[in-house]
Design a protein around this ligand. Structure first.
Ligand code: BTN
Length: 232
């Protein structure tokens, strides 16, 4: 295990504190906060940091070339944490790094480079509250809304155990296979929203760097950035 856990009451973003601490840190560590005043999401978006939800950054030495595999490993570990808390939970994965519960977003993550060889994985989990869905790009839910009772501390410590087990096995092909097993709409139509428009196609998998592989009218496309939607 040997994660050092630093708990804060209030921070701008756990990723900010993680970056500052990565300058002098040794070994892997976690920054967890009760509140964030400037939580951020992917693609410059705001992460609403509602009271009672979990906000943390797991920080570990990791090769930046393999950060695609790291993200898969993290989202899979969040999914397995929820399954451990509730064996019947309907959980799935949405590219690139969202976890869905009953088809709605329960967790998102933001990977950033730390100092030295550190990678920072900032993870938000809606434990007890869900943001107002009229304001969301993609519908969200919380564990409490789905009837799964837990608290931030229990969730984090279970996640770290599962993550450690997965990273020790460190078989990237197996992780990718597991990720795909839980991916929503594999071999079905999806829509990828990018800055310059939408691309439609059949989601046929992800490559070893976690890029999305989409079979479109124009042929196979490798997608590196975007937001996935499933249509009706
Ligand atoms: C996303 O889905 O867009 C990513 C959301 C990541 C949110 C977490 S909360 C903890 C960490 N600190 C942040 O400011 N962001 C991440």
């Amino acid at each position: 295990m040997n994660w050092k856990i630093f708990h804060y009451n209030n921070v701008t973003s756990t990723n900010d504190v993680a970056l500052a601490q990565s300058r002098t840190a040794e070994g892997k560590f976690v920054i967890v906060a009760d509140a964030q005043t400037a939580g951020r999401g992917r693609r410059g978006r705001v992460w609403q940091s509602l009271e009672g939800n979990l906000f943390f950054s797991a920080v570990l030495p990791y090769s930046i070339q393999q950060c695609g595999a790291l993200v898969m490993l993290c989202s899979l570990s969040i999914l397995q944490t929820i399954q451990t808390l509730c064996a019947t939970a309907d959980v799935s994965l949405k590219w690139p790094n969202d976890v869905l519960l009953n088809g709605a977003k329960i967790s998102g993550m933001l990977l950033e480079k730390g100092e030295k060889d550190y990678m920072i994985i900032g993870i938000g989990v809606n434990i007890s509250q869900c943001p107002d869905n009229t304001q969301m790009l993609y519908p969200a839910t919380s564990l409490a809304d789905a009837g799964i009772q837990t608290d931030c501390e229990t969730f984090l410590s279970l996640f770290l155990k599962i993550f450690d087990k997965n990273i020790t096995n460190n078989d990237s092909a197996a992780i990718r296979q597991q990720w795909l097993k839980h991916a929503k709409n594999l071999n079905k139509n999806i829509i990828v929203r990018q800055e310059n428009g939408n691309i439609k196609g059949v989601f046929i998998g992800i490559d070893e760097n976690a890029n999305l592989l989409l079979n479109t009218e124009k042929g196979l496309q490798k997608i590196m950035v975007g937001d996935v939607f499933y249509g009706r």
